[in-house]
Design a protein around this ligand. Sequence first.
Ligand SMILES: [Cu+2]
Length: 278
Amino acid sequence: MKHTAMKLIAAAVLASSLLSACRPVQAPAAPTEAAAEIPVVTLKVTETGLEAPAEIPSGIVAVTVEGGDPENQPMLARLNEGVTVEQLTEALASPNPLAALALVSLLGGSNASVDGPVIHELRAGDYVAMLFADDGPPQLLPVTAGKPSGAPPPAADVQVSLVDFNFMMPDQIAAGRHVWQIENTGEQWHEMAIVQLNEGKTVEDLVAWVNSSGPGGPGEPPPYAEGAFWHPMGAGQRAWVTWNIPAGEYTVICILPDVAGDMRPHVAHGMVRTLVVK
Ligand SMILES: [Cu+2]
């Protein structure tokens, strides 16, 4: 299949956005003072396509998105050492679905209804801004992270470590607005969907729905309501997001394929747990 690699990444991104589109988190509040000191990098989608600054600071940086389809937002990824945008473009068009993923480290990110900007810790070096299309190749723009911003990391009150294959995080948090620190201390990519399973539905129902009907596909509506969603994030990345998740009992799950192993979704290796918000 010609665009398998692109489809794999696009599917992951689409799954993210559709999982997150199901129910927005509560309305955004004003950004915190700490966030205001942090430089903001804006990825813009206009009628002519994606626009991104060629030079950005490294270190603690906020990344925001303006315009475009809320269900298909542009994203920033780090190019692995020595990899060029041209190589990534070729890999995305190659028949090997893992070729493109092996060249980049995804930074994670949140849905458009996030409460405040998403903040990343960017190592200096080469990045790429990407906007995927339903048909045709994605638009890729080179971005270089240079001098450190000097901004301090945000103070987080919920800490999550994504590991192979689990979520190291609290079992329970208070309802309301929290700054979450999310880092991938594992060796492969992870995501974090925080969902409320519908009455009588199980994690197996969720996985079956993703595999059959799937996000965006025809057929059954999802067997869950969305609480929050963290997009696929590569090993070694760290970021902060402000979420205001309503009280309830949630299932936290990662359904990305085990690309270094058997290609089964991470949930099949145990990457699922319960979170109580009260
Ligand atoms: Cu995972």
